[in-house]
Write a protein that binds this ligand. Structure first.
Ligand SMILES: C[S@@+](CC[C@H](N)C(=O)[O-])C[C@H]1O[C@@H](n2cnc3c(N)ncnc32)[C@H](O)[C@@H]1O
Length: 228
Protein backbone atom coordinates (compact mmCIF):
# COMPACT_ATOMS: atom_id res chain seq x y z
CA UNK A 1 0.00 0.00 0.00
CA UNK A 2 1.42 3.34 -1.01
CA UNK A 3 1.30 5.62 2.02
CA UNK A 4 2.81 8.44 -0.05
CA UNK A 5 -0.37 8.89 -2.11
CA UNK A 6 -3.10 9.86 0.37
CA UNK A 7 -5.95 9.43 -2.12
CA UNK A 8 -4.91 5.78 -2.60
CA UNK A 9 -3.95 5.09 1.01
CA UNK A 10 -7.07 6.83 2.40
CA UNK A 11 -9.36 5.57 -0.37
CA UNK A 12 -13.20 5.64 -0.33
CA UNK A 13 -13.50 2.40 1.62
CA UNK A 14 -10.90 3.38 4.24
CA UNK A 15 -12.46 6.83 4.56
CA UNK A 16 -15.95 5.39 5.13
CA UNK A 17 -14.68 3.12 7.93
CA UNK A 18 -12.03 5.47 9.34
CA UNK A 19 -13.87 6.83 12.38
CA UNK A 20 -15.26 3.43 13.35
CA UNK A 21 -11.87 1.78 12.91
CA UNK A 22 -10.09 4.22 15.21
CA UNK A 23 -12.93 4.54 17.76
CA UNK A 24 -10.94 2.63 20.39
CA UNK A 25 -8.36 5.42 20.38
CA UNK A 26 -11.00 8.02 21.34
CA UNK A 27 -9.54 8.69 24.81
CA UNK A 28 -6.19 9.60 23.20
CA UNK A 29 -7.86 11.77 20.56
CA UNK A 30 -9.99 13.44 23.22
CA UNK A 31 -6.87 14.32 25.21
CA UNK A 32 -5.19 15.50 21.99
CA UNK A 33 -8.14 17.77 21.20
CA UNK A 34 -8.49 19.07 24.76
CA UNK A 35 -4.86 20.16 24.73
CA UNK A 36 -5.18 21.56 21.20
CA UNK A 37 -8.06 23.75 22.40
CA UNK A 38 -6.07 24.85 25.45
CA UNK A 39 -2.97 25.70 23.42
CA UNK A 40 -4.95 27.70 20.84
CA UNK A 41 -7.40 29.34 23.29
CA UNK A 42 -5.20 32.46 23.78
CA UNK A 43 -6.11 33.39 20.17
CA UNK A 44 -9.38 34.72 21.61
CA UNK A 45 -12.96 34.61 20.33
CA UNK A 46 -12.22 35.41 16.66
CA UNK A 47 -9.58 33.47 14.76
CA UNK A 48 -8.86 32.00 11.34
CA UNK A 49 -7.47 28.47 11.42
CA UNK A 50 -5.90 26.36 8.68
CA UNK A 51 -6.53 22.61 9.20
CA UNK A 52 -4.10 20.67 7.01
CA UNK A 53 -4.73 16.97 6.48
CA UNK A 54 -8.03 17.30 8.32
CA UNK A 55 -9.10 13.78 7.34
CA UNK A 56 -12.66 13.12 8.44
CA UNK A 57 -12.66 16.36 10.45
CA UNK A 58 -11.74 15.28 13.98
CA UNK A 59 -9.77 18.38 15.04
CA UNK A 60 -11.97 20.68 12.93
CA UNK A 61 -15.13 19.55 14.76
CA UNK A 62 -13.45 19.76 18.17
CA UNK A 63 -12.22 23.33 17.58
CA UNK A 64 -15.43 24.51 15.91
CA UNK A 65 -17.52 23.29 18.86
CA UNK A 66 -15.28 24.99 21.41
CA UNK A 67 -14.85 28.30 19.55
CA UNK A 68 -18.15 29.20 17.88
CA UNK A 69 -16.85 32.23 15.96
CA UNK A 70 -13.65 30.76 14.57
CA UNK A 71 -13.48 30.11 10.84
CA UNK A 72 -11.58 27.28 9.18
CA UNK A 73 -9.86 26.47 5.92
CA UNK A 74 -9.79 22.71 5.55
CA UNK A 75 -7.10 21.16 3.34
CA UNK A 76 -7.44 17.46 2.52
CA UNK A 77 -6.14 15.68 -0.60
CA UNK A 78 -8.07 12.39 -0.30
CA UNK A 79 -11.56 12.82 -1.79
CA UNK A 80 -13.11 10.08 0.39
CA UNK A 81 -11.80 11.66 3.59
CA UNK A 82 -12.96 15.10 2.46
CA UNK A 83 -16.44 13.75 1.68
CA UNK A 84 -16.80 12.37 5.21
CA UNK A 85 -15.40 15.62 6.63
CA UNK A 86 -17.97 17.67 4.73
CA UNK A 87 -20.82 15.39 5.88
CA UNK A 88 -19.73 15.70 9.51
CA UNK A 89 -19.33 19.47 9.19
CA UNK A 90 -22.85 19.70 7.74
CA UNK A 91 -24.26 17.56 10.56
CA UNK A 92 -22.51 19.83 13.09
CA UNK A 93 -23.91 22.93 11.38
CA UNK A 94 -20.50 24.53 10.85
CA UNK A 95 -20.16 24.61 7.04
CA UNK A 96 -20.77 28.37 6.93
CA UNK A 97 -17.55 28.75 8.91
CA UNK A 98 -15.54 26.39 6.69
CA UNK A 99 -13.77 26.69 3.36
CA UNK A 100 -13.01 23.24 1.96
CA UNK A 101 -10.00 22.71 -0.29
CA UNK A 102 -9.70 19.22 -1.77
CA UNK A 103 -6.03 19.06 -2.65
CA UNK A 104 -2.68 20.01 -1.21
CA UNK A 105 -1.46 23.29 0.23
CA UNK A 106 0.36 24.26 -2.96
CA UNK A 107 -2.95 24.69 -4.80
CA UNK A 108 -4.72 26.57 -1.99
CA UNK A 109 -5.58 30.12 -3.08
CA UNK A 110 -3.56 32.78 -1.24
CA UNK A 111 -5.58 34.44 1.51
CA UNK A 112 -5.24 36.66 4.55
CA UNK A 113 -2.69 35.10 6.92
CA UNK A 114 -4.04 32.56 9.40
CA UNK A 115 -3.82 32.91 13.17
CA UNK A 116 -3.08 29.21 13.60
CA UNK A 117 -2.70 25.95 11.74
CA UNK A 118 -3.15 22.31 12.69
CA UNK A 119 -1.44 19.29 11.19
CA UNK A 120 -2.55 16.25 13.15
CA UNK A 121 -1.02 12.89 12.18
CA UNK A 122 -0.06 14.04 8.69
CA UNK A 123 3.58 15.01 8.27
CA UNK A 124 5.12 11.63 9.17
CA UNK A 125 3.84 10.42 5.77
CA UNK A 126 6.44 12.72 4.22
CA UNK A 127 9.49 10.54 4.72
CA UNK A 128 11.82 12.71 2.65
CA UNK A 129 13.18 15.49 4.89
CA UNK A 130 13.15 18.14 2.16
CA UNK A 131 9.50 17.41 1.28
CA UNK A 132 8.56 17.51 4.94
CA UNK A 133 10.43 20.80 5.39
CA UNK A 134 8.61 22.25 2.37
CA UNK A 135 5.29 21.09 3.87
CA UNK A 136 5.93 22.88 7.18
CA UNK A 137 7.38 25.92 5.37
CA UNK A 138 4.21 26.21 3.25
CA UNK A 139 2.17 26.21 6.45
CA UNK A 140 4.49 28.74 8.12
CA UNK A 141 4.23 31.07 5.11
CA UNK A 142 0.45 31.17 5.50
CA UNK A 143 0.56 32.15 9.18
CA UNK A 144 0.68 35.72 10.48
CA UNK A 145 3.63 36.83 12.62
CA UNK A 146 3.02 35.21 16.01
CA UNK A 147 0.72 32.62 14.38
CA UNK A 148 0.82 29.12 15.86
CA UNK A 149 1.29 25.69 14.32
CA UNK A 150 0.26 22.58 16.24
CA UNK A 151 1.58 19.38 14.70
CA UNK A 152 1.16 15.85 16.00
CA UNK A 153 3.08 13.05 14.33
CA UNK A 154 4.42 9.59 14.85
CA UNK A 155 7.90 10.11 16.25
CA UNK A 156 10.66 8.36 18.16
CA UNK A 157 14.38 8.20 18.54
CA UNK A 158 14.96 4.85 16.88
CA UNK A 159 18.49 4.73 18.29
CA UNK A 160 17.42 5.17 21.90
CA UNK A 161 17.41 2.23 24.32
CA UNK A 162 13.67 2.85 24.96
CA UNK A 163 12.65 2.52 21.32
CA UNK A 164 11.92 -1.23 21.28
CA UNK A 165 9.90 -0.97 24.47
CA UNK A 166 7.84 1.94 23.10
CA UNK A 167 7.09 -0.08 19.97
CA UNK A 168 5.99 -3.05 22.10
CA UNK A 169 3.60 -0.79 24.00
CA UNK A 170 2.38 0.64 20.69
CA UNK A 171 1.55 -2.87 19.47
CA UNK A 172 -0.14 -3.68 22.79
CA UNK A 173 -2.25 -0.53 22.56
CA UNK A 174 -3.47 -1.46 19.08
CA UNK A 175 -4.24 -5.01 20.12
CA UNK A 176 -6.11 -3.78 23.24
CA UNK A 177 -8.47 -1.70 21.10
CA UNK A 178 -8.92 -4.47 18.53
CA UNK A 179 -6.62 -3.14 15.81
CA UNK A 180 -3.90 -5.00 14.00
CA UNK A 181 -0.72 -3.07 13.46
CA UNK A 182 2.55 -3.71 11.74
CA UNK A 183 5.87 -2.28 12.80
CA UNK A 184 8.11 -2.89 9.81
CA UNK A 185 6.91 0.33 8.16
CA UNK A 186 8.09 2.48 11.07
CA UNK A 187 10.99 4.67 10.03
CA UNK A 188 10.57 3.55 6.39
CA UNK A 189 7.07 4.34 5.12
CA UNK A 190 6.43 6.76 7.96
CA UNK A 191 9.24 8.96 9.22
CA UNK A 192 10.18 8.72 12.87
CA UNK A 193 12.21 11.69 14.11
CA UNK A 194 13.77 12.20 17.51
CA UNK A 195 12.78 15.31 19.47
CA UNK A 196 16.02 17.00 18.46
CA UNK A 197 15.47 16.23 14.76
CA UNK A 198 11.85 17.42 14.83
CA UNK A 199 12.81 20.61 16.67
CA UNK A 200 15.47 21.36 14.05
CA UNK A 201 13.08 20.53 11.19
CA UNK A 202 10.49 22.99 12.48
CA UNK A 203 13.14 25.69 12.89
CA UNK A 204 14.55 25.01 9.40
CA UNK A 205 10.98 25.36 8.06
CA UNK A 206 10.72 28.93 9.34
CA UNK A 207 9.10 28.33 12.73
CA UNK A 208 10.38 29.35 16.17
CA UNK A 209 10.12 28.15 19.76
CA UNK A 210 9.10 24.55 18.91
CA UNK A 211 7.73 23.09 22.14
CA UNK A 212 6.84 19.45 22.68
CA UNK A 213 3.79 19.38 24.92
CA UNK A 214 2.19 15.93 24.61
CA UNK A 215 3.33 12.37 24.03
CA UNK A 216 1.32 9.17 23.80
CA UNK A 217 3.77 6.37 23.01
CA UNK A 218 4.76 7.07 19.37
CA UNK A 219 2.62 10.19 18.92
CA UNK A 220 4.27 13.51 19.78
CA UNK A 221 2.60 16.90 19.63
CA UNK A 222 4.40 20.21 19.24
CA UNK A 223 3.42 23.84 19.13
CA UNK A 224 5.65 26.32 17.34
CA UNK A 225 5.14 29.81 16.00
CA UNK A 226 6.12 32.27 13.32
CA UNK A 227 8.41 34.95 14.72
CA UNK A 228 6.40 38.06 15.64
C1 LIG B 1 -4.01 9.78 9.67
S1 LIG B 1 -5.06 10.91 8.82
C2 LIG B 1 -5.38 12.09 10.13
C3 LIG B 1 -6.64 12.87 9.89
C4 LIG B 1 -7.01 13.85 11.00
N1 LIG B 1 -6.05 14.93 11.08
C5 LIG B 1 -7.15 13.14 12.33
O1 LIG B 1 -6.35 13.42 13.23
O2 LIG B 1 -8.05 12.30 12.43
C6 LIG B 1 -3.93 11.80 7.77
C7 LIG B 1 -4.64 12.67 6.75
O3 LIG B 1 -3.66 13.51 6.13
C8 LIG B 1 -3.91 13.58 4.74
N2 LIG B 1 -2.61 13.88 4.08
C9 LIG B 1 -1.60 13.03 3.79
N3 LIG B 1 -0.57 13.69 3.20
C10 LIG B 1 -0.94 15.00 3.15
C11 LIG B 1 -0.31 16.20 2.68
N4 LIG B 1 0.91 16.18 2.13
N5 LIG B 1 -0.98 17.36 2.78
C12 LIG B 1 -2.21 17.40 3.33
N6 LIG B 1 -2.86 16.31 3.81
C13 LIG B 1 -2.24 15.12 3.72
C14 LIG B 1 -4.49 12.22 4.40
O4 LIG B 1 -5.25 12.24 3.21
C15 LIG B 1 -5.31 11.90 5.64
O5 LIG B 1 -6.64 12.32 5.51
Amino acid sequence: MNQQDPSKFFDQEKAAGYDQRWAGMAPINDAQHLLLKAVLSPLGPIARVLCVGAGTGAELLALAAAFPEWTFTVVEPAPGMMAVCRQRAEAAGITSRCTFHEGYLDSLQPSQPFDAATSILVSHFLVDREKRKRYFAEIAQRLRPGGLLVNADLAANMQSPEYERLVQHWVSLHSLVGLETKTDHLGREVALLSNKEMQQLLIDSGLTRPTLYFQTLLIRTWVSEVAA
